[in-house]
Design a protein around this ligand. Structure first.
Ligand SMILES: N[C@@H](CCC(=O)N[C@@H](CS)C(=O)NCC(=O)O)C(=O)O
Length: 259
């Protein structure tokens, strides 16, 4: 697609990185394969088609180079021309603003660019993902008491029902999908997808599943379409990795780092 007047065509040549290891990369991403927050960052940079150096990092070992860029010692941490950005949703917005469009042209935006109301909706539902779905995911894993687990399963499913209903409403005007905001993959999808693909851990440890009913049809269609994207597949953990990783969370030996 041609660049619009006043907008510069964005090309791969804007961020040239030869696959030569002697060359300095301008973007370095510290992440962990099993970490859903890291997957958000990787989806963001991979969706934009950026070249970057990925450093698989154990954040619990707190290596010096990670601490030098992020005093919290957490992943993901993005370093762009020596300056660091962390907190996964901040990283996603940073990537969106620092590299408008993608390598194919100026049209890819994680936050709707021209419609201020759609942009507000994207923020409302990204916050919902964080406050209800991500929190619900970790609360359910951490719960040891069976009756508490049952209550948290119901709560998580209620939140997912609300999210799915909102997606269906947004997609119905104008009719489109399969992503949360319609045909464009964006920040709401990036915020939630890494957790949705880790739901097998909730099934394994807590018996939580999303019913295959009409009520959740939009969710299942979304999950299938979004999981198939190359930018998502490039950092997808296996089901075994997910289940192994969350074993310590299910025993309450670890939890997430809140923003
Ligand atoms: N709020 C953070 C959460 C990141 C997070 O919890 N990362 C974990 C790995 S999945 C981590 O680095 N943990 C190390 C620690 O908390 O010390 C974000 O959104 O980026």
């Amino acid at each position: 697609m041609a660049a619009q007047k006043g907008e510069r065509q964005h090309t791969a040549a804007d961020h040239p990185v030869a696959p030569d290891s002697s060359e300095q990369y301008e973007i370095v991403l510290y992440g962990a394969q099993t970490c859903p927050f890291s997957q958000r960052a990787r989806i963001a940079v991979d969706s934009k088609g950026l070249k970057y150096e990925y450093r698989e990092t154990d954040p619990y070992a707190k290596p010096e180079d990670l601490l030098a860029h992020n005093p919290r010692g957490a992943v993901p941490t993005l370093v762009h021309n020596g300056k660091s950005v962390y907190e996964s949703l901040v990283v996603v917005e940073y990537v969106d603003e620092a590299w408008p469009g993608d390598v194919h042209g100026p049209t890819l935006h994680f936050l709707p660019k021209r419609d201020v109301h759609l942009r507000a909706l994207a923020r409302i539902w990204t916050t919902f993902v964080q406050d209800k779905l991500v929190r619900g995911f970790f609360d359910l894993l951490a719960a040891q008491d069976e009756s508490e687990q049952e209550a948290l399963k119901t709560k998580l499913l209620d939140s997912l029902r609300e999210w799915t209903k909102a997606a269906a409403e947004i997609q119905s005007s104008p009719a489109s999908g399969p992503f949360f905001m319609g045909e464009h993959f964006g920040i709401v999808d990036i915020a939630f997808l890494p957790f949705a693909v880790r739901f097998p851990a909730l099934e394994h440890y807590r018996g939580f599943t999303v019913p295959d009913t009409d009520e959740f049809a939009v969710y299942h269609t979304w999950l299938k379409a979004a999981s198939a994207l190359p930018s998502v597949q490039s950092a997808m953990p296996s089901e075994k990795e997910v289940i192994d990783f969350y074993s310590k969370y299910a025993k309450r030996d670890a939890t997430w780092r809140e923003p």
